[in-house]
Design a protein around this ligand. Structure first.
Ligand SMILES: NC(=O)c1ccc[n+]([C@@H]2O[C@H](COP(=O)([O-])OP(=O)(O)OC[C@H]3O[C@@H](n4cnc5c(N)ncnc54)[C@H](O)[C@@H]3O)[C@@H](O)[C@H]2O)c1
Length: 253
């Protein structure tokens, strides 16, 4: 029941969807403190209060635009002022714009990379300041099945950024294993959240979903949160550099 007692976590994108649910999941198992980072203050404060009320976990919201390096530095500065340390980092912030390849200019390409990919690196750099000296850390990058299979033709920047996360996960895992820091990622398929609410496949008829997805349904946030919780816990101490597919069998690695 108290698997995460004495553990403190930071989660970007933790105000919503998959990442918020992963914090709730850990908080239900004794997580001592969490900071959820996101752009929308109203949603963030509400989410932190909800997590606190549901689980008793000391949860704070810190307004953060992960595409801004200074916001990431501030996020970890706040964490240092609130908690004795940080052992868990979930890089969950992401955007998935749907745009034809030929309309993606330098600005849009960089925007998606900075939010989805660069933020992961900058958060890890900050987290290492806590994790290396204590010789303990659990880093979970929320990638995507799109990073493995290329997504759709209208999500090239997203797919490339998520593929980058999978590769980077292996690089960090090799570099920081010696510090007892585990770095893994998860690759969700289609999970019912705000991110995919308007996507055609999220609104496809059940008969088609059953044909495409071996497990016969779209994913729920709970399908991912337990896997993130596992990777954040000591149950996965001998797993690093791994990317776990959570996609109902739509793509088998
Ligand atoms: N839902 C899916 O089908 C699916 C599939 C594969 C991967 N994912 C990944 O899962 C992660 C969580 O997504 P979700 O499905 O829960 O959707 P979501 O939209 O509920 O969550 C995404 C979060 O990222 C935050 N975010 C976006 N830009 C940001 C910025 N600049 N600064 C700070 N926060 C920012 C959003 O505000 C939101 O809180 C994302 O990285 C997404 O790419 C989702």
């Amino acid at each position: 029941m108290h698997k995460f007692e004495g553990k403190y976590a930071i989660a970007t994108g933790g105000t919503d969807g998959i990442t918020k649910e992963s914090i709730i999941c850990m908080a239900r198992k004794g997580l001592s403190g969490a900071i959820i980072a996101g752009r929308n203050e109203e949603r963030g404060i509400k989410a932190a209060e909800e997590i606190k009320k549901l689980t008793g976990c000391e949860c704070y919201y810190v307004q953060t635009d992960v595409s801004k390096p200074e916001d990431i530095v501030n996020l970890f500065k706040v964490a240092k002022s609130k908690f004795p340390t940080i052992q868990i980092l979930v890089n969950g912030a992401g955007v998935c714009p749907s745009m034809p390849i030929e309309t993606i200019d330098a600005q849009e390409w960089d925007r998606v990379m900075n939010i989805n990919l660069r933020s992961m690196h900058l958060c890890i750099l900050e987290a290492l300041k806590f994790m290396k000296p204590q010789k303990y850390g659990k880093i979970i990058n929320v990638s995507s099945a799109a990073g493995r299979i290329g997504g759709t033709e209208s999500s090239i920047a997203y797919s490339v950024s998520k593929g980058g996360m999978i590769t980077a996960t292996k690089c960090y895992a090799k570099a920081y294993g010696v510090y007892n820091i585990n770095v893994n990622s998860i690759c969700p398929g289609a999970i019912k959240t705000n991110m995919i609410a308007d996507f055609t496949y999220a609104n496809a008829p059940e008969s088609l979903i059953k044909k495409i997805i071996p497990l016969g349904r779209l994913g729920k946030v709970e399908d991912c949160s337990g896997v993130i919780e596992f990777l954040a816990s000591n149950d996965s101490d001998y797993i690093t550099g791994c990317s776990i597919d959570v996609n109902g069998g739509v793509f088998m690695n």
